[in-house]
Structures are given as C-alpha cells and as structure tokens.
Design a protein around this ligand. Structure first.
Ligand code: SF4
Length: 339
C-alpha cells in the first residue's frame, strides 16, 4: 500500500499529513505520485502515519543509465554560474569557465548565450532547477564558513530560495555540514572573485573556498558522480582557478572537487582531486583562443548539432532553426526528394 492509500485510511488530507510530518505539500504530492524522496522524509511520513517505514518506501528499481540530457543538465548546473545575469557582457567583457563550456559544446550555443548573436528581447532564458539547488547549497556553505550558526545559515538560504521546495536543498546542506565542513578547517579565502589573463583573454574565476591546506575546493551538487578521468581531462575550471590563484598569490595551489551526490539511499560525499600542470593551463589557453577567435568573427560560426549532447535539450533550438534552418520537432522542414 502506498502513502496516498495509507493517508486516506488514516483519514488525513494531504495538507494535514504534510503539516504533521513537517514537509511541504509539494513534496508529499511528489512522493504520493511515486517519485523518490530522501530517507528522512519517508521516516517523517511513516511516523505521522504511525506505520512501519517499510510500508511506504517505494520499490527499489536499479538506476537507469543517465541520458545525455541528464548529463547536460548536470554539466550546466555545475560548470559555474549558469545565470546570464551573473556574467558580464561578451564580447566586451570577461570569459568564465561557464562561457567557455558553452563555446566548446557548440559555437552557436556560445554565441547565443553571450550575446554575440542577438537574442530576441522576449526570449525566455532557461532556468535550471539543479543550478538553483547548487546555488542554495553554496549560499549555505558560504554563510557557515563566514561564521553563521546552522540556523542562521538556513534562514539566509530560505530568504534567497522563496518558492523553492526546501526538500530539494535541505539534504545537501545537512550532508555538507556532516561531511565537508570539518575538512576545510580555517579557510584562507571564501567566495573570492579573481581575474587572470591567459593568452590575452581576461577570465573571471569565482573560487568557492581555499581550505587551510591551500587547496582550492569547488562544491558540486549532483544526481550522479561523473567519470573522474574524463572530469580531470576535460576540466576548464581547475586550470583556470589554479592559474588565477597563482597570478594573485604567486603560489601554485592544488584543486579538488567536493561532490555531494544525491542517490535514492541518501547523499554521498566524494572528493575528486584534479591535478593541474602548466600543460593543462596551456590546453585551456588554446581552447580560449579557439572560442575568442570565433567570437570576434561571428560570421564564421556554424551550428554544431553533432556535439556530445546533441541539440534536443538546447535552449537555443528554435533560434538556431530560425537562423540556420536546423531541425526542430515543432517546425519540420519539407521533405526534399533526392534522386
Ligand atoms: S540548437 Fe544545436 S546547433 Fe543550435 S546552439 Fe544548440 S546545440 Fe548548437
């Protein structure tokens, strides 16, 4: 029997059960529809319904292979700040790891997202729930490292996440406190905005924290852990941050990603150190050269539908259809007979 049936049996409305369990109605609704939640939420509901936890836990299904759309959402949520309003204008402004990621995924995507191609004023910029969760968890970590106690930090986050279901970010902040906070020690710097010039290209890097051992730490919230080898091989953030830190302090720092991965059974903390050498910084400099060259000569930009993730979940699909005639599902082109 599921949560909904047990609730009806207990003669409780969704509102009453949500209140007794201390969760939002949206969370309850999701769980009643069969979506997965975190264990603590099920425990609260089981307690409110006075039933055994095993009676309400959903049937475990083996996780399916992540789709490329899932992987892209994670990439966009974790490549840095994904919100265009957080970034200065291109081509006049600075580069960032996020912007470079867009250009390397597809030059047309880079041009749309940075204003090199004109985006219509009524264009609806995509919002990514996972990026919003990541921002909330970063805010909490920043507040805690800045000296706030857990309750004050939770209030700070709640103030900046009005309208978002707290169940989306609460498990992550609990996991951050339990797994990561102590490993940072006395931070050397928190939320430090730095600039570095690589190959003549000015880049902004916003470092989450440098821990007491001098390691640059970058927090990621995710639904699944990426492959550590390809993460290290493809990282733009690590070489840029290490180069920016060296330009500012004269010291070569180490770099590590702190992953909080949300599984059905809870949240795992995994640290992925990424070693950075001058070769890696040189690789990113060449990637910047490539992107900046295209940005300065936008007439040479061509859409690249054969990127790793394809066009299907790209926010600029309709704009590309109008500019380049690429295919959309909504506007199929006429079939041309080929002899
Ligand atoms: S729709 Fe495809 S071609 Fe156009 S920007 Fe997005 S990924 Fe590139």
């Amino acid at each position: 029997m599921g949560i909904a049936e047990l609730r009806v049996q207990a003669q409780l409305s969704p509102k009453q059960l949500a209140q007794i369990a201390g969760i939002s109605r949206a969370t309850l609704q999701r769980l009643e529809q069969g979506h997965f939640g975190n264990l603590r939420t099920y425990e609260r509901i089981a307690y409110a319904l006075q039933t055994d936890l095993a009676n309400i836990l959903p049937e475990f299904k083996a996780p399916s292979r992540p789709t490329s759309e899932d992987l892209l959402k994670d990439l966009l949520a974790n490549s840095g700040s994904a919100a265009p309003e957080d970034m200065p204008e291109l081509p006049a402004g600075n580069w960032s790891p996020t912007r470079l990621t867009d250009w390397l995924l597809c030059p047309a995507k880079g041009a749309w997202s940075t204003g090199v191609f004109d985006v219509p004023s009524d264009f609806e910029w995509p919002t990514y729930e996972r990026a919003a969760v990541g921002k909330a968890v970063h805010k909490y970590a920043e507040s805690r490292l800045g000296g706030e106690d857990p309750n004050a930090a939770l209030l700070t986050v709640a103030d900046t996440t009005v309208g978002m279901d707290p169940e989306l970010w609460l498990p992550f902040v609990e996991a951050w406190d339990a797994s990561i906070h102590l490993t940072i020690g006395m931070p050397q710097t928190i939320e430090q905005r730095l600039e570095v010039v690589l190959g003549g290209h000015r880049i902004t890097a916003v470092i989450d924290v440098v821990d007491e051992n001098g390691t640059i730490r970058d927090l990621k919230t995710t639904q699944r852990l990426p492959n550590p080898i390809s993460t290290a091989r493809e990282s733009l953030q690590a070489p840029i941050y290490v180069a920016a830190w060296r330009e500012t302090t004269g010291e070569m720092a180490s770099f590590a990603l702190d992953y909080l991965a949300h599984h059905k059974s809870g949240i795992d903390y995994v640290q992925m150190p990424i070693s950075v050498t001058d070769t890696d910084i040189d690789r990113v400099t060449r990637q910047l050269d490539y992107a900046a060259d295209l940005a300065s000569r936008p007439e040479r930009i061509i859409p690249n539908p054969i990127n790793k993730y394809g066009c299907t979940s790209c926010a600029f699909l309709v704009l590309c259809h109008e500019k380049f005639g690429t295919l959309t599902l909504d506007a199929p082109r006429q079939t041309v007979a080929v002899s």
